[in-house]
Design a protein around this ligand. Structure first.
Ligand code: ZN
Length: 257
């Protein structure tokens, strides 16, 4: 009963065998998955995949690394894409100060994040937030939208920041990086996190869990993340999968699956 809340199946890493892989995932226990876009083309591609596979849902938005040449007016098209019956979130959006280094680039990314979080609120959709090396500014923008709801995906922040998000009703989602031997902050956060705020994801094709680190990842590997959480919380892997399935369905307002 796997719910992979974040997998980029339009990525070219899946070009050789996308349909064979996606057709086979339900037999491997995948009940639901969400494919977030990173710009208009990938958001459209996510929705097209969601139309083909019942268990697949999509999100539309501009990733902070994909803002080159984009204007805020393009958010009108994100709004239109979000009207699709299988669009369940605005995303992925956020800030990435690892890749975006210039002050102008970062200011532009903050404008996009701010506007897309407002859009999510207007559409009554959750937001899928990418935060890399930009914890403080991400939290400031979330604080400026007190009625927004969302998830920090591939959570990499501190326990202190996690408390701020949880107090605001937000979710945290974790990838295969929690299985890495050098994982430090994530285990601390996972030992504390209220279980109703937890979601799991692959961020496929990246972030494959141990012992597949560095390989192409897909949703069938989610039980390896669940096993890590189970160990930290004294639960079974099955229990963690069930909890994260229910959390994801509630968060994305998905009735089936
Ligand atoms: Zn992603």
């Amino acid at each position: 009963m796997i719910f992979d809340t974040h997998a980029h199946y339009y990525d070219s890493a899946f070009d050789p065998d996308r349909d064979a892989l996606l057709s086979a995932l339900p037999e491997k226990g995948v009940r639901l998955a969400v494919c977030p876009g990173c710009d208009l083309d990938s958001s459209r591609a996510s929705l097209a995949l969601a139309e083909r596979y019942d268990y697949l849902y999509a999100a539309a938005g501009f990733h902070p690394e994909n803002l080159e040449g984009a204007a805020l007016a393009a958010l009108d098209q994100v709004r239109e894409l979000c009207a699709h019956p299988k669009a369940v979130a605005v995303g992925e959006i956020g800030l990435d100060y690892y890749w975006v280094r210039t002050p102008e680039g970062r200011a532009n990314a903050r404008d996009f994040f701010d506007a897309q979080l407002s859009l999510a609120q207007q559409l009554d959709l959750p937001a899928i937030v990418h935060d890399r090396d930009a914890h403080k500014d991400c939290l400031d923008i979330v604080r400026a939208h007190p009625d927004s709801r969302g998830v920090f995906h591939c959570y990499s922040g501190s326990l202190e920041d996690a408390r701020v998000l949880v107090d605001r009703g937000w979710m945290l989602s974790f990838t295969g990086n929690i299985t890495f031997k050098n994982a430090r902050r994530a285990p601390e956060v996972l030992r504390w996190l209220p279980l109703d705020r937890l979601m799991l994801e692959t961020d496929a094709p990246y972030m494959a869990p141990e012992p597949h680190r560095g390989e192409r990842c897909d949703s069938s590997l989610i039980p390896l993340m669940a096993a890590t959480v189970a160990q930290l919380r004294g639960l079974t892997t099955e229990e963690v999968l069930e909890i994260t399935l229910e959390n994801g369905k509630r968060f994305f307002n998905i009735k089936e699956g």
